[in-house]
Write a protein that binds this ligand. Structure first.
Ligand code: 4UU
Length: 537
């Protein structure tokens, strides 16, 4: 154990020293040691082996930043990135920040409607994407304020019809590169999260928030990437806060090598471990389960693998143990966090990696946690279940243009209500046991029931609808719809297909559709999801 972290007030603190806040913005923070790392490889494409040194990323970033300014991108403007993982993703991301911009990241598997919502909601001015997504992006731009589409291709494409090539931007002389000094409380990134209720909202994470989080993880007991020769697998998507901060930003900040994969695919995933000698694997539960169970795993040499981390959704201690035994890595541990906390708040310390496999670990540096009674709001002692509240320098500023939703989850004292249920043990280790909020998690990705419900009730044959998550071994949960018919003729397939056309794959109704006479609701009209969940057991 690491000393006493449970305060008499029932506030739990970190066993490790507080961090010094970063004196510089996120771009400068992450790139601060690049000249020291120099010719070391920073990022390599796991499949094509196209690689970039720290020097090269640095140079490309400044040229891209200058090129962006030349086409009219200004301080405070929003760049949306809608692309799968690649080495160039970092150039787009840090190039925009170096121009004083804000980056909003979007899932590249989204439909045009979903992307359009985010373009409009974030008021993005430019978007960067890959050629294959161009038709979707062009469709999504309609009705938004996007003026320019940057295409990640090798062809030099002259600025025309609002299209400009990445190639032409990185061919810029760099003369306009001049990162402004930025108030560290300004928004740096705008990922989307539905929070405890409703539709996805822009999460305003400041430079201070995310620079802090990178530092908070950095401790010999946590994410010791400064160890010479660290090599990470970058298979989790960079649009999600886990890929954005924990994997990509931390790797660059501490001089590790990052192997990018555009998507999860069994052979390329396993081959990457073997061929690139990956030693650090930040994963989500379905991928941990894959390593524990899939027959293909035996055909690859995973001997370089030293540590596995799993977060973003619950994982059973048994799966954790089985995976460790099968792949023979030194440690596997859990992380817990949310988009709103930039993201990580808890991590299993390395020493205790296997002794408490069900725990998400202890508070990161400068994180305080309380478990409060949902009824009384009082901070509970160890062993008692309640809602997890967090405070720390990583807690978001709030939801974009949603002071109401912000006020509901962050109180005057800066405590953020996670909507998760859990408890801590007598050594200050946390356990997540349930979710108070409506959020569904499929493969670690958010699915907001309200988003699916809003579409369902627009269907001419549907009167009312409610969506919940059914437990699913492979993907964590599966969205299931309860539907009250307006027209007797409607069947399950019609409803499933309707949603499949409108939303990304992880939001499809893989849990099926159940037709009911009424949706149970509280006196105030809120859907009683717990009742529906219990009904489905
Ligand atoms: C049970 O999923 C995330 C961020 C996760 C993350 C990232 C980097 C965790 C560790 C890490 O290193 O963010 P969101 O906003 O998509 O989803 C947040 C929700 C939480 O409220 C909780 O319900 O995801 C769930 N969650 C977990 N649940 C996250 N981590 C865990 C976990 N166990 N370890």
């Amino acid at each position: 154990t690491f000393g006493h972290t449970i305060q008499p007030t029932n506030i739990v603190t970190s066993p490790f020293p507080e961090i010094e806040p970063s004196p510089v913005d996120f771009y400068r923070h992450v790139l601060q040691d690049f000249s020291k790392f120099g010719k070391k490889i920073a990022i390599v494409d796991g499949i094509s082996w196209k690689e970039y040194s720290f020097n090269q990323i640095d140079e490309l970033t400044s040229k891209f930043s200058s090129g962006l300014k030349r086409i009219g991108f200004k301080t405070g403007d929003v760049l949306s990135i809608v692309a799968p993982n690649s080495p160039e993703y970092s150039v787009l991301f840090f190039g925009a920040l170096a121009s004083g911009g804000v980056v909003t990241t979007c899932n590249p598997t989204y439909t045009a409607d979903e992307i359009c919502f985010q373009f409009k909601n974030s008021n993005a001015k430019m978007v960067a994407t890959i050629p294959a997504l161009l038709p979707t992006i062009q469709e999504a731009c309609k009705g938004s304020n996007i003026e320019t589409i940057i295409v990640l291709d090798d062809e030099p494409r002259r600025a025309r019809d609002g299209l400009v090539s990445y190639q032409s931007l990185i061919s810029d002389s760099g003369s306009l590169f001049d990162p402004p000094s930025i108030d560290l409380h300004e928004t740096a990134v705008l990922p989307y999260s539905s929070g405890t209720t409703g539709l996805p909202k822009g999460v305003m994470l400041s430079h201070k928030n995310i620079a802090s989080n990178v530092t908070q993880m950095h401790h010999s007991e946590f994410f010791d990437l400064y160890i010479e020769g660290s090599c990470l697998i970058g298979v989790l998507p960079f649009f999600h806060i886990y890929g954005m901060i924990v994997i990509r930003a931390s790797s660059l900040r501490y001089g590790s090598r990052l192997v990018t994969l555009p998507k999860f695919e069994p052979e390329t995933f396993l081959a990457a471990f073997q061929n690139h000698r990956v030693n650090t694997a930040p994963l989500v539960p379905p991928l941990v389960l894959f390593l524990a169970k899939h027959p293909l795993v035996n055909s690859y040499n995973l001997s370089s693998l030293d540590q596995i981390m799993t977060g973003a959704a619950p994982v059973g201690g048994e799966t954790v143990k089985a995976t460790k035994e099968r792949v023979g890595c030194r440690v596997i541990r859990q992380l817990y966090g949310l988009t709103e906390t930039g993201p990580v708040t808890h991590m299993t310390p390395k020493q205790q990696g296997m002794t408490k496999p069900d725990s998400v670990g202890v508070c990161l540096r400068s994180v305080n946690t309380k478990i409060v009674s949902p009824e009384t709001g009082e901070a509970l002692p160890n062993g008692e279940e309640g809602e997890l509240l967090i405070s720390g320098p990583n807690v978001m500023k709030g939801y974009l243009n949603r002071p109401d939703a912000t006020k509901e989850c962050i109180n005057e004292d800066g405590w953020f209500s996670t909507g998760d249920i859990g408890y801590y043990d007598n050594e200050g280790y946390f356990y997540i046991t349930d979710r108070l909020k409506e959020l569904i998690k499929v493969k670690g990705l958010q699915v907001a029931p309200a988003e699916i419900e809003a579409l369902l009730v627009l269907h001419p044959k549907i009167a009312e609808a409610a969506v919940i998550g059914l437990p699913d071994e492979r993907q964590g949960e599966s969205p299931k719809a309860f539907v009250v018919k307006k027209d007797e003729g409607v069947n399950e397939k019609e409803v499933v297909d309707y949603i499949a056309k409108k939303l990304a794959v992880h939001k499809h109704l893989t849990g099926g559709v159940e037709f009911v006479d009424v949706i149970p609701k509280s006196a105030s009209g809120k859907i009683l999801r717990r009742m529906l969940r219990d009904q489905s057991k």
